[in-house]
Design a protein around this ligand. Structure first.
Ligand code: SDX
Length: 434
């Protein structure tokens, strides 16, 4: 990545008669930044920003989010246009390379991904080490991390060729590994990828085909899942992407970095929210019980939060939730389950929450996880596979951000500091003197 930080001014900080100055860099879209890299050297102080709510950790050209306006761009293209007009493999190319592919570029990229979809036969042994009822995300963290034990020819991150192979391997093998985790959990045999299928149809077949009969992927359902994958592919410097970048900044191999991203995504406040949102809808159970849960969400003494609502950045409707909502209705109509009870609860919960003062003043809108759970369940996936699908799609964003970080001339090993408020320096006291 070529750094294009453009200085647009200077900001000064004065304290105790001393003044420090810092350059301001102008963004293409969104907030400008104050370059405080010399703050400690000039002032002897650190900034304090737990959760990084006001901190830009890097320069990036991949994704732009405007939380107030509800805007999400992948390499400048609005997410709704990509979801409507493109598909997984083309958007993956766009995120990795920065431009939409020409026909020959797309064909070559798709061929390379297709040729990496199989996993080493010995990788199967990892699955039999897990209990059948292991959470599929636990299997994903373990198996993806283990890939670095198999692919020594693509772990030297200093070699651009090896980085490219690792990138294609990661994107190509995630569906196979994810489908194997699902098959293992239901005691069915693993299904091999088929090279004449597109990325998402291949995944659906590896999940739902059985050796006893042929499997044809329902085009409406495969198209809906492909759209869901596009919506989940990248999202700027979210918790799991920042985890991948931080792990990668130490020079860790790409497979280990992606395993770290999967671990972070698993949390219910992050990628685990789609599973938690569906479990919440099932717990609410009926439209009549919604007010009780709305009150619990407002109660500061109750840890309950409305899963699928709120976002660190979006203080407007998550643009992905809008597309997700449409895809949800399309899938339920295609399956003839439009009056799915959970959908009724979800629609009424959304209506009430969007009118309730607490949610309006705190700008808590439905996020991508609100409708994805209902859609994924309708597509036939069990709840504990929802975050696995999120990880499958987000692998494209993780690996694109990982590559960008390694090529960034300003990149260093990530090493935040702290404010220490512990015990002042003191001498050791022997046990008989305590
Ligand atoms: C994802 O970062 C990303 O980009 C993530 C993601 C991606 O693509 O990578 O978009 C994917 O993780 C989406 C978010 C999925 N998580 C959930 O749906 C879980 C439920 N949401 C909350 O846990 C929460 O909204 C977070 C974690 C998403 C955001 O947490 P913040 O930043 O602490 O929320 P906030 O500062 O905006 O909260 C403002 C207030 C707080 O109350 P006060 O302290 O001001 O009194 O709103 C409250 C929060 O307590 N609040 C909620 C709430 N979310 C925030 N109250 C009830 N229900 C909720 N869902």
């Amino acid at each position: 990545m070529k750094s294009e930080l453009k200085e647009s001014g200077v900001i000064s900080l004065s304290n105790a008669g001393k003044t420090a100055e810092f350059p301001i860099f102008k963004a293409t879209h969104g907030p400008d930044v104050y370059d405080i890299r010399t703050l400690y050297k000039q002032t002897g102080a650190f900034t304090f920003d737990p959760g990084f709510t006001s901190t830009a950790s890097c320069e990036s050209k991949i994704t732009f989010i405007d939380g107030d306006e509800g805007v999400l761009l992948y390499r400048g293209y609005p997410i709704d246009q990509l979801a409507e007009n493109s598909d997984f493999i083309e958007v993956a190319y766009l995120l990795l390379n920065g431009e939409l592919p020409k026909e020959n570029e797309l064909k070559e990229f798709e061929h390379s991904i297709t040729m990496h979809t199989m996993v080493h036969e010995q990788l199967k042994n990892f699955y039999s080490g897990f209990r059948r009822d292991a959470h599929p995300m636990a299997i994903m963290v373990g198996v993806v991390g283990a890939l670095s034990a198999f692919y020594h020819d693509s772990t030297d991150i200093a070699d651009p060729k090896q980085r490219l192979i690792a990138t294609h391997r990661m994107i190509a093998k995630m569906p196979t590994i994810a489908a194997m985790a699902y098959k293992y959990s239901i005691g069915q045999p693993f299904v091999f990828p088929k090279n004449d299928l597109d990325y998402t149809s291949n995944f659906m077949r590896m999940c739902f085909a059985v050796p006893a009969e042929d499997y044809d992927c329902n085009k409406v359902l495969c198209d809906a899942l492909d759209k869901i994958f596009i919506l989940h592919m990248d999202h700027e410097q979210n918790a799991s992407t920042s985890t991948v970048r931080l792990a990668g900044s130490s020079g860790a191999n790409p497979f280990a970095c992606i395993a770290a991203g999967i671990a972070s995504l698993w949390g219910p406040a992050h990628g685990g929210a789609n599973e938690a949102a569906l479990n919440m809808l099932e717990e609410i159970g009926s439209v009549e019980r919604i007010p009780e849960f709305i009150e619990r969400a407002k109660d500061k003494n109750d840890p309950f939060r409305l899963m699928g609502f709120g976002h660190r950045v979006y203080k407007n409707y998550d643009p992905r939730a809008k597309v997700m909502r449409t895809a949800c209705h399309e899938v339920l109509d295609a399956l003839g389950v439009r009056d799915e009870p959970l959908l009724q609860v979800a629609m009424e919960l959304e209506r009430i929450a969007l009118e309730d003062d607490y949610f309006v003043e705190k700008k808590l809108y439905p996020n991508i996880d609100f409708y994805s759970g209902i859609t994924l369940r309708a597509l036939g996936f069990p709840t504990d596979m929802f975050t696995v699908l999120f990880a499958l799609a987000r692998t494209v964003g993780w690996i694109a951000q990982w590559s960008e970080m390694l090529e960034d001339p300003n990149q260093k090993i990530g090493r935040p500091r702290q404010i220490y408020t512990g015990a002042p320096k003191r001498d050791y006291i022997a046990i008989d003197g305590r």
